[in-house]
Design a protein around this ligand. Structure first.
Ligand SMILES: [Zn+2]
Length: 275
């Protein structure tokens, strides 16, 4: 277990930026939801009486960290029944093929990202060199489709732009006497190098981002999560665990984040429209 906390690696993220990643202690988020990601790359384990669901696997190099976190929670990998994803960029799905081998889970991916996932990264917008171990997709999802297991129902919302099949996951958890709505944002980010205007590889990209912000603004959210811990201030929130209030219950933070990202999208769009 010691190795788990000393492992550190320098990885090339989907954005082409070098990031140092390391193991992070798994922690309960709310209800049956547990954070099992690395320090930077979020992965969530949703525990149910009939098996479990895992969202995201990180890079191939992240898989041992996620595996360590899951086992630290006392959950055998073979009990994981579904593997889901935030979006088909290497920092969230490159580990899917290995995790599928380890768990035997069914892989469910949103239409638009499913072919990229199965082809090991071929067909991505912009990141033409990025590759991973191809992963068979067992079920292709459409907007609003549900993944059900052991009394928990996850709803897949297609929130495209960042990738064509970028997926925001939302579901209800029971925390004490209350029902809470969880939202895991797929990604609202216009990455460096993205062309929003005159993009021949992804002509509908600006319209897709606009649609995504409409959806994100319409979603009720109590528990604010995302594909990277950085989206929702994971590190700072973990520091506040054990207090009277659950720091991950943050509807205002969710609204502010979506607003901030929509403004950033509109600013980039306006800049790129200038002659
Ligand atoms: Zn990405």
């Amino acid at each position: 277990m010691f190795r788990l906390f000393t492992f550190a690696a320098t990885l090339l993220a989907g954005s082409g930026v070098l990031v140092a990643d390391e193991a992070f202690p798994p922690h309960k988020v709310a209800g049956n939801v547990y954070y099992v990601g690395s320090k930077d790359l979020a992965a969530y384990l949703i525990k149910t009486p009939e098996g479990h669901i895992l969202i995201n696997t990180g890079f191939e190099e992240t898989v041992p960290l996620i595996r360590g976190a899951i086992e630290k929670l006392g959950v055998p990998l073979k009990e994981i029944k579904f593997l889901l994803a935030s979006h088909a960029h290497s920092d969230h799905v490159a580990g899917h093929a290995t995790m599928k081998e380890l768990t035997g889970a069914k892989v469910c991916v949103m239409r638009g990202d499913h072919a990229v996932m199965a082809a090991g990264g071929v067909g991505q917008y912009l990141y033409k060199e990025s590759r991973w171990k191809p992963c068979e997709v067992d079920r292709v999802l459409d907007d609003g489709d549900e993944v059900k297991l052991g009394g928990t129902t996850l709803v897949a919302r297609r929130t495209p732009g960042h990738t064509r099949g970028c997926t925001t996951w939302t579901w209800k958890v029971r925390e004490g006497e209350k029902d809470l709505l969880v939202v895991v944002i797929g990604s609202p980010n216009v990455n460096a190098g993205y062309r929003l205007v005159g993009n021949q590889d992804y002509p509908e990209i600006a319209a897709d981002f606009a649609k995504t912000f409409q959806i994100l603004k319409s979603l009720p959210c109590d528990v604010f999560l995302g594909a990277h811990g950085e989206y929702y201030g994971m590190l700072a929130k973990v520091e506040r665990l054990g207090g009277e209030k659950n720091p991950f219950v943050d509807p205002e933070g969710y609204k502010a984040y979506v607003e901030l990202k929509e403004k950033a999208f509109q600013k980039t769009l306006a800049e790129q429209k200038e002659p």
